[in-house]
Design a protein around this ligand. Structure first.
Ligand SMILES: [Zn+2]
Length: 209
């Protein structure tokens, strides 16, 4: 049995899966799942839907030109049975798969190159444009410090050391900060209230916000 490719999304259609539509001009359309069939019936263009292979190839996200991809292409030339040919083919199949995977990995690596730097640059810009994000982080750190201090006071009344949480790198801060923008305001108010009540207990570490 042959594993065909979905006419719409390009993924493999395994035997017993999906459906086959034969148009009245005898052209066959195979679909891997009802999603693809429905989209086809709606006359959508697979090149415009991000989840299809057609889109990914058009957008340069998948390899298009590669000799290993042409092996499964259908040809109308009948091949006579030849024992040696079958043997070499079987040997070649695994080797070709190996090469294909290697090339795919290289392609992926090449495509993803520089992503980290770009992301870092974006994060840096975000912090520069929104300095209040870092201030919120300070509030949070102050809250943590206060908690630790309270625990320390409970255990022993020795000198209180300030935790070096403030030395966290920028990247670590930013991601958590984006999410906490909304829930931070009430926290800061709470801290202020606590501060009022506990002011005599605290050291000089609380002048962060
Ligand atoms: Zn499909």
């Amino acid at each position: 049995m042959r594993v065909y490719n979905c006419h719409f999304c390009g993924s493999p259609c395994y035997p017993g899966h999906g459906m086959l539509f034969v148009r009245n001009d005898a052209k066959e359309f195979r679909f891997c799942r009802s999603k693809c069939h429905k989209n086809f019936k709606m006359k959508r263009n697979p090149r415009k839907l991000k989840w299809t292979k057609a889109f990914r190839k058009a957008a340069g996200k998948e390899m298009v030109v590669d000799s290993t991809l042409s092996f499964s292409a259908r040809r109308n030339v009948p091949v006579r049975y030849n024992r040696d040919l079958v043997e070499t083919t079987l040997q070649g199949m695994s080797r070709i798969e190996e090469i294909r995977l290697k090339r795919e990995r290289a392609f992926y690596k090449n495509r993803m190159r520089g992503n980290k730097e770009r992301q870092r640059e974006e994060d840096r810009k975000l912090v520069e444009n929104n300095p209040e994000l870092l201030r919120m982080r300070d509030v949070e750190l102050a809250r943590l410090a206060e908690k630790e201090r309270a625990q320390d006071e409970l255990s022993d009344l020795e000198s209180i050391e300030e935790p070096d949480l403030l030395d966290l790198s920028e990247d670590e801060m930013e991601e958590s900060d984006k999410k906490k923008v909304k829930q931070n305001k009430p926290i800061s108010i709470k801290i202020r209230n606590k501060k009022m009540s506990k002011k005599h207990k605290q050291s000089d570490a609380m002048d962060l916000d």
